[in-house]
Design a protein around this ligand. Structure first.
Ligand code: ADP
Length: 257
């Protein structure tokens, strides 16, 4: 009887393994793995800035008689990490909500040219303060239907990256144009660019190229995953290619009606 039971469970185990490996189960398993990896990566990303803040505060407590003036460095470091945490948690929230389907694109009609001019305006100052040139070219006419909150977020992600990954004296060029019912958006920079093998992977959650990890540019690898989600939700397309002679060009096409 024992042998029969063992054989029964053995066959059952094989049947379950076969069932799980069948293609119909694959998306479910993949989605479960993605969720598991997402939580683990998120916890890991949250831990690093929290450790820095804890260290700074503990250090300050060892000198309780010091005045704020003498602790500016520690406070600034902790504040920088708090800002980093805020961006990180906002981005995690967008992705978690996108997974659960609790956020949706809500298009409204906007006067395109002034709207894009308004988004790009502050970047001239940001780029100049970092000794980088900023060339915005906005040639649009009329109205378009976009989710303004999300398209603003998309622009911020691409512009922040272009400036962040371009060294001083480099140039960031932005081109926003329209053809019929499509909006074309291009953000080009003269930084190190993105290797061919990385061009698809940079849109994956938490993916950072070795180069940006090594140079400690302080990102979290979530921006472009959100950018892709926003573009997909608008039924658009986002791609990256080489800029010449160097740098990267992120290109977005969005239907706007
Ligand atoms: P991060 O917060 O790390 O910048 P992103 O998802 O926005 O996250 O980008 C993912 C990775 O793609 C970055 O870590 C960097 O390696 C690479 N990357 C993004 N934009 C650029 C760019 N303009 N030039 C070079 N590399 C870039």
């Amino acid at each position: 009887a024992l042998l029969v039971t063992l054989v029964f469970f053995w066959i059952l185990a094989i049947a379950v393994a076969y069932f799980l490996s069948r293609s119909s189960m694959k998306p479910i398993i993949q989605s479960w793995r993605r969720q598991r990896d997402f939580s683990a990566n998120a916890a890991h990303e949250l831990r690093t800035p929290l450790t820095v803040i804890q260290n700074q505060l503990e250090y300050m407590l060892t000198k309780p008689k010091d005045q704020v003036m003498t602790q500016i460095d520690e406070i600034s470091t902790a504040l920088g990490e708090v800002k980093h945490l805020k961006t990180l948690t906002n981005r995690l929230l967008v992705l978690a909500r996108s997974d659960s389907g609790t956020i949706q694109i809500n298009r409204q009609s906007v006067d395109l040219e002034p709207w894009f001019d308004g988004i790009l305006k502050p970047y001239a100052e940001i780029a100049t303060s970092q000794q980088k040139a900023f060339n915005p070219v906005v040639k649009l006419s009329g109205q378009g239907r976009i989710d303004t909150d999300f398209i603003r977020q998309l622009m911020v992600i691409l512009l922040d990256n272009a400036i962040k990954y371009t060294p001083p004296t480099g140039t960031v060029t932005v081109r926003v144009t329209r053809s019929h019912d499509n909006l074309h958006l291009e953000v080009a920079d003269t930084g190190a660019g993105i290797a061919d093998d990385d061009k698809v992977r940079v849109f994956d959650r938490f993916y950072r190229t070795d180069q940006s990890r090594n140079s400690k540019t302080g990102g979290n690898g979530l921006g472009l995953a959100i950018a892709k989600w926003i573009v997909d939700q608008h039924r658009g397309r986002i791609t990256v290619r080489d800029n010449h002679p160097k740098g990267a060009v992120f290109s977005v096409t969005l239907p706007i009606n």
